[in-house]
Design a protein around this ligand. Structure first.
Ligand SMILES: Nc1ncnc2c1ncn2[C@@H]1O[C@H](COP(=O)(O)OP(=O)(O)OP(=O)(O)O)[C@@H](O)[C@H]1O
Length: 356
């Protein structure tokens, strides 16, 4: 019988810490990965606990080794540095040229990869990605979010995560965690004040590293927040990755739809299935009088989906709280109410359709 993630977590929940609690209840286990009879995971401990953690790590390895169907266990401790030392920056050069690969691949343990795309910039792709990721996580899915918007990474701010991801072995990059979602952004690996001036091959190399070297662990779905348009990142992702498909976001106005059509055409050319269209900034409900206004029009994306015979996945209102919550690092999907319900409905639709 093959071992499951639940078996591993159950075993680890029996390992107590000197300071009280156990490895699972204290949320210290990251990146559980199971490949046949090999299990690997990361124990993320506060630096102050480091001296006391090695026996805990060894006990965790023994406990998982004792499970039926397991013959090899590797556990990495991320807090083995002294408490007063600065976290080791990864000795990784992100943005190198791509390395040759035989065909499209997918990180081990990741079930589905779904890109969130748009033809035009600023239509709300990143906002949709972060809120959808949280709505899916709140419905029990294991969700990863990769910010592939190399020129304007916004997920660290929107998901409220910061700090350079660690790389204990100089190869694997440990992602961060925010609001129940595993998060990685190229922005976290770079100096935020330095503009990225990269040529196509370097963009491709960076994306390949984000997919291949990040310890994503076991995920039901990895959402990829793409840059706007139809450039190198989109091309690399679709050609080098086993994609489940793409969701295209647009506002209802004609200029945005015109660009959305270009994105749809690109996915068609690259044989990447379009899972559906989402209308963002669909309508505005005045908080004072309750009147509904259609600032960018309304229904244009639904009509376009119908015309192209593609699923229309839902509409998200234009709402001040969406922007404020995104800027504050606590996306609105964390709350309960009509706006959060729009993201909840979208997440439910994807789960019901077997896409998440
Ligand atoms: N439904 C919405 N209601 C109100 N504000 C929104 C909504 N969707 C997005 N925004 C705001 O619009 C701005 C642009 O959104 P966002 O960054 O998500 O767009 P994008 O398509 O990812 O942009 P880029 O092209 O730069 O990647 C942000 O300030 C965001 O808070």
């Amino acid at each position: 019988m093959s071992v499951t993630r639940e078996n591993v977590l159950n075993a680890l929940s029996t390992i107590g810490l000197p300071s009280g609690g156990d490895l699972v209840s204290l949320d210290m286990i990251r990146a559980v990965s199971i490949q046949n009879d090999s299990v690997s995971f990361v124990i993320e401990a506060p630096a102050d606990d480091a001296p006391r953690m090695e026996p805990v790590r060894a006990a965790a390895v023994r406990m998982v080794e004792a499970l039926d169907g397991v013959s090899q266990v590797s556990a990495v401790l991320t807090a083995h540095r002294p408490a007063d030392a600065k976290p080791a920056a990864p000795s990784l050069k992100v943005g190198r040229h791509p390395t040759p690969q035989a065909g499209p691949t997918k990180p081990a343990g990741v079930d589905r990869i779904v890109a969130i795309a748009s033809g035009k910039g600023g239509v709300g792709k990143s906002t949709l990605s972060s809120n959808l990721a949280i709505a899916l996580a709140r419905q029990g899915r294991r969700v990863g979010l990769l910010d592939a918007d190399i020129h304007g990474p916004s997920q660290p701010r929107m998901m409220g995560v910061s700090g350079k991801p660690a790389s204990p072995d100089g190869k694997t990059i440990l992602p961060l965690h925010g609001h129940g979602v595993t998060v990685m952004s190229i922005g976290l690996m770079m100096d935020p004040d330095k503009a990225v001036v990269w040529r196509g091959p370097m963009l491709m190399g960076a994306l390949q590293q984000m997919l291949g070297q990040v310890a994503w662990g076991d995920l039901d779905i990895l959402l990829v927040d793409l840059p706007p348009g139809t450039g190198d990142v989109q091309l690399t992702l679709c050609q080098k990755t086993q994609m489940t498909g793409a969701i295209v976001v647009s506002t209802p106005q004609d200029v945005a739809l015109l660009d959305a059509r270009k994105a749809l055409d690109m996915f068609d050319t690259l044989n990447t299935p379009v899972l559906g269209l989402v209308e963002n900034m669909s309508m505005y409900v005045c908080p004072d009088c309750g009147r509904e206004a259609h600032i960018f029009g309304h229904g244009g994306v639904r009509d376009e989906a119908k015309r192209l015979n593609l699923p229309f996945l839902g509409e998200i209102p234009l709402d001040l709280d969406i922007r404020l919550a995104g800027d504050a690092g606590t996306p609105v999907a964390l709350t309960d109410g009509p706006v959060a319900d729009a993201y909840k409905a979208l997440a439910k639709r994807l789960i019901d359709d077997g896409l998440a």
